[in-house]
Ligand binder design. Structure first.
Ligand code: WA2
Length: 281
């Protein structure tokens, strides 16, 4: 007898195949749009309903089942805006303390456990992660404002009401170079001409997605027929005179070089992917 597969299993393989044929540019675009839609989902069903219709279990299942919509991301999470005055009540409600992001001493990946992290020191406000896709569950309870790159992204996302991207930095746990995309979630419909202070005040949280550069290059290479012979370098070229190498090592000139722009969706950041054949042809 043929057993009917669960819905997730039936939909995903076809979708994955469809997207495997799309150029990287379109894959970044669909990922960006879906992360934006997740921010609206949280606004509608978590902040817009009393009681909320979203908890960690729903968020985890929904984001796992829709992972095919964000083909190049390694995980998504939602952090809440918590002021210092609200901290005690927040921690009592959740049954855990807001943790500080530890960026040093991460050489032992297996030692990375949120429960072993120190409480966040006193700040005006915090951005603790309350919901996460299973793939990034290690960031739950961590104050995203205690990490330099995450903090800058949060501030720029809420001031601009746009999807914004960090510079490349070492992601937690994997220790791989990556970037984070952030959308702010607001408690009211903001007029297009709202000031950045108005936007900041109306902010209730931050929906973010991480892109792990080595695994994203791996995914892109698997979509090429002749992956064995292609050498890839990825650069952050935001500062054209000082490109940051994000992936790949020594560059050997074999004569054939193909450069493509990687568009993560934030016009303030520029990236290039350089592909060349390993052997001279
Ligand atoms: N997500 C995954 N790994 C990380 C990381 C991150 N930030 N920061 C360092 N390693 C919840 O913008 C809000 C995700 C931050 C969102």
């Amino acid at each position: 007898m043929v057993q009917e597969q669960p819905l997730a299993r039936r939909v995903q393989p076809e979708k994955q195949q469809q997207q495997a044929q799309s150029p990287p540019k379109d894959q970044f675009n669909v990922s960006l749009n879906h992360v934006h839609a997740l921010a609206i989902l949280v606004s509608t069903f978590h902040h817009g309903k009393h009681p909320s219709a979203i908890d960690q279990k729903t968020f985890g299942e929904y984001t796992e089942r829709t992972a095919f919509e964000r083909p190049l991301t390694s995980g998504v999470a939602y952090a809440l805006k918590v002021t210092h005055a609200e901290r005690e009540q927040f921690e009592k409600e959740h049954g855990w303390t807001i943790k500080k992001m530890e960026t040093e001493d991460q050489t032992l990946v297996q030692d990375f456990l949120p429960e072993s992290l120190a409480p966040a020191p006193i700040q005006d406000e915090y951005a603790p992660v309350i919901f996460s896709q299973e793939t990034v569950s290690h960031i739950v309870s961590i104050d995203m404002m205690s990490g330099k790159e995450d903090r800058e992204n949060i501030l720029r996302a809420r001031a601009t009401a746009k999807g914004v991207l960090t510079s490349p930095f070492k992601l937690l746990k994997s220790n791989h170079l990556g970037v984070v995309l952030t959308f702010a979630v607001y408690d009211t419909d903001l007029p297009p001409d709202a000031t950045s202070e108005h936007r900041s005040q109306a902010t209730v949280g931050y929906l973010g997605a991480s892109y792990d550069v080595p695994s994203l290059v791996e995914k892109l290479l698997h979509q090429l027929a002749s992956k064995q012979t292609i050498v890839v370098n990825v650069y952050d070229t935001t500062n054209a005179s000082a490109p940051v190498n994000m992936y790949g090592t020594d560059v050997i000139d074999t004569g054939l070089l193909h450069i493509s722009n990687l568009d993560f969706g934030d016009p303030q950041r520029k990236h290039e992917m350089h592909c060349r054949f390993k052997q001279k042809r």
